[in-house]
Unconditional design. Structure first.
Length: 84
């Protein structure tokens, strides 16, 4: 992600750097997969895992990533109720 942003001086413990990098990476994943579930799987398990899964079909192979996706969607719904 630092390479994508052309950055070589950053601190991932700095909230500003961390958020900027996270947003850039999520944006990149959305451009690539164009599907919220696939993006969150890729964010959690890696792009390669998602590419392989999409080409082979079936259920997603990592339960941890499926649970991560479910938690993110649950929190997203809560935030929507509170702030929108």
């Amino acid at each position: 992600v630092a390479y994508m942003l052309g950055e070589d001086d950053y601190d991932l413990f700095n909230p500003s750097d961390n958020i900027r990098f996270g947003v850039k990476y999520l944006s990149y994943l959305f451009e690539k997969f164009k599907n919220e579930q696939h993006v969150l799987y890729a964010y959690n398990a890696g792009e390669g895992v998602v590419k392989k899964w999409l080409s082979s079909g079936g259920d997603f192979p990592y339960k941890e990533s499926v649970n991560y996706y479910k938690r993110v969607i649950k929190v997203k719904k809560i935030y929507k109720k509170l702030y929108f």
